[in-house]
Design a protein around this ligand. Structure first.
Ligand code: SAM
Ligand code: SF4
Length: 325
């Protein structure tokens, strides 16, 4: 399916829950957020139905996210069902890693190919400051087990925040020397109630300059045009690094995705308030063609680009854990 601007849309990011067992300072307030009513959350069979219709429309990349997706019971069953939709499915999971040791083997057996683990610091105390929970060791054990089980690639998402973890940029590069990890530095984005401020923002160009002072980076040809990340290998390292410059270099012209929220809305863009209800037609007995028409409508509603940086920062009503990061 192509959208109005000629972009091929073939990537569905599925949020399975807005709940999370952490409270990262840039994502959620300490007291948490008002949660979706349980009966509004899509059931797994509903998510599978939407995914299979999306597959028929040509979607091939699927990502499970949240909130914390592993906090929802039975997730590996959903992963198994989606990975069985076709041999050409590219299925990935984004997780905070705190529950990985429990599920990593099940996930591999269920057909999960790719894993993104969020980790913003290599220091246990700082982890507690950022996430407000003392679960650093669990995440490290989860990453090590995922390496043993041979997920490839394993990407580590690092949101860089000035004054909090920008002093650890080189430590994360060093992590890729012996470990086959793909560390991606992400620019801090503004969301509802995350206290975004320019003072806390570090651009991808600044991060790269810090790294290039010490390391020789070799650009990697982009694996597909929709990737938001600019990636590099580091001379002599087993792993790789990448930069996601969502604010400073927007990549909207290559955007290939729709988002499905846990409460059954399609979001044409991460940074706009437009939402299209797919749950109501699904629950009121809509035919496959009717549901496909809703997916099509969401795709046609994709804006040409986000307007976050125009006339001051425009912030959407949902925060990242509700949008599905
Ligand atoms: N809980 C899971 C996790 O943390 O990996 C999945 C959901 S989380 C919302 C997905 C990704 O969004 C994480 O890598 C997180 O670091 C990122 N994220 C959350 N808030 C962000 C923000 N304000 N700016 C940039 N990235 C953000
Ligand atoms: Fe939870 Fe992920 Fe948000 Fe952190 S970034 S609070 S782990 S949803």
């Amino acid at each position: 399916m192509n959208d109005k601007y000629g972009r091929k849309i073939d990537y569905l990011r599925i949020s399975v829950t807005d709940r999370c067992n952490l409270r990262c300072v840039y994502c959620m307030p300490e007291e948490g957020i008002s949660l979706m009513n349980h009966k509004n959350i899509l059931r797994y069979e509903e998510i599978i139905k939407i995914s299979s219709l999306a597959y028929e429309l040509g979607f091939r990349k699927f990502r499970i996210t949240g909130g914390e997706p592993l906090a929802r019971k039975g997730l590996t069953e959903l992963i198994k069902s989606i990975s069985c939709l076709g041999n050409d499915i590219d299925l990935a999971l984004t997780t905070n890693g705190t529950l990985l040791t429990k599920y990593v083997h099940e996930l591999k057996d269920a057909g999960l190919k790719r894993l993104n683990i969020s980790l913003d610091t290599l220091d246990r105390e700082k982890f507690q400051q950022i996430t407000r929970f003392d679960l650093f060791q669990q995440v490290i054990e989860g990453i090590n087990l995922a390496l043993e089980v041979a997920f490839d690639p394993i990407k580590i998402n690092v949101v860089v925040v000035k004054g909090i973890n920008d002093d650890e940029i080189l430590d994360f590069v060093e992590l890729t020397r012996e470990k086959k990890l793909w560390v991606r530095f992400i620019e801090l984005m503004p969301f509802s109630r995350n206290n975004w401020s320019e003072k806390r923002f570090v651009s991808a160009d600044e991060i790269r300059a810090i790294i290039e002072n010490q390391y020789k980076l070799i650009e990697i040809k982009r694996s597909y045009s929709g990737s938001p990340s600019y990636d590099y290998s580091v001379d002599g390292h087993k792993g790789k690094i990448g930069f996601i410059a969502s604010l400073s270099h927007k990549f909207c012209d290559q955007c290939n995705r729709l988002r499905l929220t846990a409460d059954g809305r399609l979001l044409p863009c991460l940074h706009s308030d437009g939402e299209i209800d797919i749950k109501t037609p699904l629950r009121s007995g809509g035919t496959d063609d009717e549901i496909k028409a809703v997916l099509h409508k969401a795709m046609l509603a994709k804006p040409q680009g986000h307007r976050l940086c125009e006339n001051g920062l425009k912030i959407t009503n949902r925060n990242m854990s509700k949008v599905g990061g």
